[in-house]
Design a protein around this ligand. Structure first.
Ligand SMILES: Cc1cc2nc3c(=O)[nH]c(=O)nc-3n(C[C@H](O)[C@H](O)[C@H](O)COP(=O)(O)O)c2cc1C
Length: 124
């Protein structure tokens, strides 16, 4: 991503600025926050992951775009003090939601995909 944005490996300031943009949801009009009840067991993490992806797919279906943001979960205490969410909720992640800016260079960044053989074992 830094390559796409032409941010040099040694340019700590621009790297920090790019990371800081997380905390204004990359200027998207909406930042979603995902909380999970702390009584839920590990199986529910799978459910929650699917739920988050369903939100992302639904957004795309409506012509919107998203960016899931694990970075938001690094500061639960700040979000708790600002929003007063209950102590028994775990902040899992945030998500920027809005219309994609096709002109923004960062939105031309594409990650590669692993070949399926690298993460699937076939049993006959
Ligand atoms: C669970 C998860 C958390 C992420 N957290 C962040 C984040 O905090 N900040 C960020 O800029 N990108 C984050 N990303 C990366 C982008 O949302 C996105 O995945 C990336 O731009 C590449 O898109 P792709 O997943 O379609 O390859 C995260 C991705 C995932 C799957």
């Amino acid at each position: 991503m830094y390559q796409t944005l032409q941010i040099d490996r040694n340019d700590k300031q621009r790297q920090t600025d790019q990371w800081a943009a997380n905390y204004r949801a990359f200027d998207a009009p909406v930042m979603l926050l995902f909380f999970m009840d702390d009584q839920l067991q590990t199986g529910s993490y799978i459910d929650y992951g699917m739920f988050i992806q369903s939100v992302m797919l639904a957004a795309v279906g409506l012509g919107l775009a998203t960016c899931p943001q694990a970075s938001i979960a690094d500061y639960p205490a700040i979000i708790r003090s600002e929003l007063g969410y209950p102590n028994n909720k775990i902040l899992l992640c945030g998500m920027a939601l809005g219309y994609e800016d096709n002109e923004a260079v960062v939105n031309n960044y594409r990650t590669t995909r692993e070949n399926v053989e690298l993460f699937v074992d076939y049993f006959d």
